[in-house]
Design a protein. Structure first.
Length: 288
């Protein structure tokens, strides 16, 4: 529920904007029939102020906002606004509380990412992956660990894939790539300057790129062919990094599952040969 959560981040908004948001969240059913002028009148603001708020939320205007808002409200239980979990772990939490809260956080991250998935986009990306000579994944730090796991899974479904973490290897790979490659860039902020440099080269080399991020308006989003939203919260102590990692892993797992389903019997045969070779190597190691 990306829009609803953004609307609850009070620190982002001015007092006037917050008053408009408060009205919208308290009167979601009324909003379905109200024009932008009527919302302005009921919140003692102006149509221009409502319009600017919609743009601040990453939407083109009031009509797009209303469609997205009503869609997300329709997916909430009983039409209630889901609470935003703040500071999920504090010094007052006992181990059983932490066990429960971390499970709830991961479930929430997957649900939010799942609700934003576009099936048509997923199919388009899978087809690009199938057609690619190599799938390159560009990431740093914690995201690189996810990239390595994704590469392993992609190899299991017979997709040639490589993960790149150092600046030198990223630039080198980007420079020798062409449109026979397909690339993923993982960036929580969407503002990593080293990844922006890599994305610029990939664009010049006509390599199609999918960006996994939480920031639709970030500079990297405009440099990539596919924008993929992943759940996130801004603050470190809100476990934002963990939430983003869970969402990215879930997205790659979905792509893995789709590739497995599309080539199931072929991959089943491949896996039998793989297991045989692993068994032979284990026997050689035992003898040595």
């Amino acid at each position: 529920m990306r829009l609803l959560k953004a609307m609850q981040e009070a620190e982002r908004f001015s007092p006037t904007e917050q008053s408009v948001i408060d009205y919208m969240l308290k009167n979601p059913r009324d909003l379905a029939t109200l024009s932008i002028r009527e919302v302005a009148e009921r919140t003692f603001t102006s149509p221009a102020a409502v319009f600017r708020l919609c743009q601040k939320l990453g939407l083109k205007g009031y009509n797009e906002f209303k469609i997205r808002f009503m869609s997300e409200m329709g997916r909430t239980e009983g039409g209630r606004i889901p609470p935003v979990m703040r500071r999920p772990i504090t010094d007052k939490d006992a181990p059983p509380d932490i066990v429960r809260k971390m499970a709830a956080l991961e479930i929430e991250a997957i649900e939010e990412t799942k609700n934003e998935l576009d099936t048509a986009q997923l199919q388009r990306i899978v087809e690009r992956m199938e057609a690619a000579r190599c799938i390159d994944i560009y990431a740093y730090d914690q995201n690189y660990a996810i990239a390595v796991a994704a590469v392993y899974n992609l190899l299991q479904v017979k997709q040639m894939a490589v993960a790149h973490s150092s600046l030198n290897s990223q630039i080198s790979q980007a420079l020798i790539s062409d449109d026979s490659h397909f690339a993923f860039i993982i960036s929580r902020s969407g503002e990593n300057k080293r990844l922006m440099r890599t994305a610029k080269i990939l664009k010049e080399r006509r390599v199609p790129v999918a960006l996994l991020t939480c920031a639709r308006e970030a500079p990297l989003a405009s440099m990539c062919d596919e924008f993929i939203y992943v759940a996130n919260t801004i603050e470190y102590l809100d476990c934002g990094g963990m939430i983003f990692s869970v969402g990215v892993r879930y997205y790659f797992d979905v792509l893995f599952g789709m590739l497995l389903a599309r080539h199931y019997h072929e991959i089943e045969s491949f896996y039998d040969v793989f297991e045989q070779n692993i068994g032979r190597q284990a026997e050689r190691d035992r003898l040595w």
